[in-house]
Design a protein around this ligand. Structure first.
Ligand code: PFF
Length: 503
């Protein structure tokens, strides 16, 4: 074997990096809304159930293979069984597609940081976002021009990512102290500002009022599982890559619990900041808090951050510019460690496979990342982002996690893995973990896959807003292409090896 593998400086740094990957934009603009839509306070029950029965078990699985085989997802899966490798590549390719547009969202945030100094959006929030920032066209078929402001912001974002990952674990290990703690601090500030605004309590009540009947709806349970996978960053190869830099004989279970529980704590907390602002906006618009959505206010996704929150900031009694800067710096810093974790997952996988120097791989990946994002800076970028995001999440991470569980649970000596995990783990997983990986998680994920497929066929994504061919290109076509590419990549080694042998 070649050179010695990189190592994290300490266990704390590894945990921070994992937490940094998990805590991202989704914690602010996905969880609170999903909880509110799916039973409010009652949602916490399926949510924690999903965390314990699927999220943490799969997190343990991904960390365990990375750590035991000392390789990123594709290499680790290959070492488990040769034909598992393509699943790892599929995870990495999905991660790359996600990072392409994730960085564009960060570029929007960068733009808004600059616009905060003049509160450029004040008085015309939605119009400002769609027209001035995005230059939105009337549909995905009309690309429009590329926004040079977004392009520059995207370039800056990628330079930032490159600086974070350039020395691998060494530089990431330093950055995560800031990139994890800074957004948390800013979130606390946003929370304190939010809850002291008029109407905040109505918003928070709306967020948490339990609707117990929701527990009887299968869709609510499906939403809980979907959220858990996305928010924990499992199914993308990130956690295996990060864990591959830990010595074999180190704890996994406790690290997984710390990562999972911190991430959930942050997203639950973020809901207070989000819904306080929804309550405030309802008060200002003089509508009942339950009617904010009908009044045109978005409380999830980009609309929440770049329209609703921006608008609330412009309507603060004082220090609007300051809160503007703080909020968008928060978004940017929430995103950056998730974005570089995706980049690292790909980088480690490629470096493992091709034995290239990591710095070179990182340079190439950051350049590819920048070019891959350009389409999303066009006037139709917002639509393409929406389409690609939907497919990558529905057909990316869920499929990867499903296959990982089935392959490793049924076609591999999972008992050996469990015993190894328990040998060094501070929390013992025992047979229960095996039951989760072999039965519970794949059955639930299988049901999700089948039901989303049926739903997609019956009601194509976007409710008719997108022409069918765009869903084929940015959705199904992309998924099929990535699958084919991952099979190609998993066979690549053989070729490289045999060429070497021939020489
Ligand atoms: N977990 C991140 C979030 O909740 O925003 C998103 C994400 C980051 C997903 C990194 C996947 C990933 F590998």
């Amino acid at each position: 074997m070649g050179a010695k593998r990189e190592r994290w400086d300490s266990r704390a740094v590894f945990i921070l990096a994992a937490i940094g990957s998990a805590i991202g934009l989704g914690n602010v603009w996905r969880f609170p809304y999903i909880a509110f839509k799916n039973g409010g306070g009652a949602f916490l029950i399926p949510y924690f159930f999903a965390l314990l029965t699927a999220g943490i078990p799969v997190l343990i699985l991904e960390m365990a293979i990375g750590q035991q085989f000392q390789a990123a997802a594709p290499g680790a899966l290959r070492k488990a069984k040769k034909w598992f490798e393509f699943v790892g590549w599929y995870a990495i390719l999905v991660a790359l597609c996600i990072v392409f547009y994730y960085c564009v969202i960060m570029a929007w945030s960068l733009n808004y940081i600059v616009h905060s100094f003049t509160l450029a959006w004040a008085g015309r929030e939605a119009d400002f976002f769609y027209n001035d920032v995005l230059h939105l066209t009337d549909g995905p078929a009309h690309l429009g021009g590329i926004s040079w402001q977004l392009l520059i912001s995207l370039a800056i974002t990628w330079i930032g990512i490159f600086l974070c990952v350039r020395k691998g674990t060494e530089s990431v290990g330093k950055v995560v102290w800031v990139s994890v703690n800074l957004p948390l601090l800013l979130l606390i500030i946003m929370f304190l500002r939010g809850v002291t605004l008029p109407g905040a309590m109505d918003g928070i009540r709306m967020y948490l009022t339990p609707d117990w009947s929701a527990l009887l709806k299968p869709s609510v349970w499906g939403a809980a599982y979907g959220q858990i996978f996305f928010t924990l960053s499992v199914g993308f190869g990130v956690m295996s890559a990060y864990a591959s830099f830990r010595p074999r004989k180190s704890d996994i279970t406790n690290n997984s619990f710390i990562t999972g529980l911190s991430n959930s704590g942050v997203e639950f907390f973020a809901g207070f900041a989000v819904f306080a602002v929804a309550g405030y906006m309802a008060t200002i618009m003089q509508v009942p808090v339950t009617g904010v959505e009908e009044a045109g206010l978005k409380i999830s996704g980009p609309g929440l951050a770049f329209i609703t929150y921006a608008s609330a900031i412009a309507k603060l009694p004082a220090l609007q510019q300051l809160f503007g800067v703080l909020f968008f710096v928060m978004l940017f810093s929430l995103g950056i460690d998730s974005a570089f974790s995706l980049t690292e997952a790909a980088s480690v996988a490629l470096a493992d496979k091709l034995k290239f120097n990591r710095l070179k791989v990182n340079i190439v990946l950051c350049i590819i990342g920048f070019f891959g994002g350009i389409i999303f800076t066009s006037g139709a970028g917002f639509y393409w982002l929406d389409i690609v995001d939907n497919w990558m999440n529905q057909w990316g991470l869920v499929i990867v996690s499903f296959l990982e569980c089935v392959f490793l649970g049924w076609f591999f000596n999972i008992k050996w893995l469990q015993e190894t995990i328990d040998k060094y783990g501070e929390i013992k997983t025992g047979k229960l973990w095996i039951v989760m990986i072999k039965y519970v998680t794949p059955i639930i994920l299988g049901i999700i896959i089948v039901t989303t497929f049926i739903q997609e066929v019956q009601h194509p994504y976007g409710g008719g807003a997108y022409p069918m061919w765009t869903l084929w290109v940015g959705g199904w076509g992309l998924v099929i292409f990535l699958f084919a590419l991952s099979i190609f990549l998993s066979n690549l080694k053989e070729r490289v090896k045999s060429e070497v042998v021939k020489k």
